[in-house]
Design a protein. Sequence first.
Length: 275
Amino acid sequence: MKAPDFLYVRPDTLQEALAILADDEAMPLAGGQSLMPMMNFRLAAPETIVDLNAIDDLRGINVADGIVTIGAMTRYAELAQSDEIATHAPLIRLALPHIAHAAIRNRGTIGGSIALADPAAEMPAVMLALGATVEVEGANGKRRVAADDFFLGLYETALEDAELITAISIPQREPDDRFGFYELARRHGDYAMAGVAIAIPAQGAAKIAFFGNADRAIRATGAELALSSGISDAAVQSALDSLDALPFDGDLNAESGTKRHLAGVVLKRALKGLG
């Protein structure tokens, strides 16, 4: 199928884009890797598409004062090639090869993925594990939302009407911090049947976020507590047992019981591969 007719606009500034998006029938276009297929299948039919690709202020990577700031329009391919990401936010680098395929990573953006909040996507879980803050702007000004408060449900976020994600900020990696990532999919590049992102700082509590098992990426606080004093065999087993408290929703790929089993598999493998 083809998309229904729409008006296409390409503003040069964020303020111009926000003014156009104040119309309820307008939708933003970032990488377009989700929106355009949705339109082609007639699952979305905006009257106006607001292309954000000419707004230079929405892209780029900056490291300062212990914070890594990533512009919302920064593409996956740019993240993969960034020395700053490899050095200061390596969990993102670990997740990137699992995101779809090279052609999609060349166009897809980190802000687009976070705004869509697909429950089987990698970036929302990575943001939870990294303790990220999502920076947004709209007609009422700028605000900052912790990742823990941003993902509300199935394709539902804390974004308000006519707001855009402008950037994501992440604490810079400390030297002895450790990270792990693992996912299982039917084919490499498919959406995950189960996946986990882990950040274990040298100082402070571990953060563990699962994806592909519920209506959104979700923190596994029980597993975090189990691993708070180290990664012994007993602690890992306690973390695995704690997964019973998480929601596991069956889907076309697997029933809930299988999802629960796969969550344990990815957790063990991610912990084994911590680096």
